[in-house]
Design a protein around this ligand. Structure first.
Ligand SMILES: [Zn+2]
Length: 134
């Protein structure tokens, strides 16, 4: 092997390494779809946690420690446990807006049974909100 050839091979090897490094850097710099989705979920999740805190404070202030919906026909309300805020719109609608999520007109206190009952019934949800948050 001649010196020139060795030199050439060395250079090409270095080039290959550099090219690989650039490729890797580009891959890292480009956010994958998965990464973007994860970020969004993180943001919305954080907003929900923040909103929950504010909602809990409002509930304490207003003495809301019972289910506001109180269904008693096709399902039986559990009364005062377990309770969670039931929102007028689906989570995605709020787009992680804490103020909107915590807005008193956007949620009612609901037990598990009443919450489940309105969850996939938009009409019923609107009816409940019309009555409880006129
Ligand atoms: Zn209930």
């Amino acid at each position: 092997m001649t010196l020139a050839r060795t030199g050439f091979r060395k250079q090409s090897m270095q080039e290959v390494i550099e090219k690989q490094a650039i490729k890797r850097a580009k891959k890292l710099a480009t956010p994958s779809l998965k990464r973007t989705v994860m970020k969004k979920v993180g943001k919305v999740g954080k907003a929900n946690t923040e909103a929950r805190k504010i909602i809990a404070e409002i509930c304490e202030e207003k003495g809301l420690n019972y289910c506001e919906i109180r269904f008693n026909k096709d399902v039986t309300c559990l009364g005062s446990w377990p309770l969670a805020p039931a929102h007028l719109h689906k989570r995605a609608w709020y787009k992680g807006n804490v103020e909107l999520l915590a807005d008193f007109n956007q949620w009612v206190v609901a037990c598990q049974v009443c919450h489940d009952r309105i969850e996939h019934d938009k009409e019923l949800t609107e009816k409940v909100f019309k009555k409880l948050r006129p």
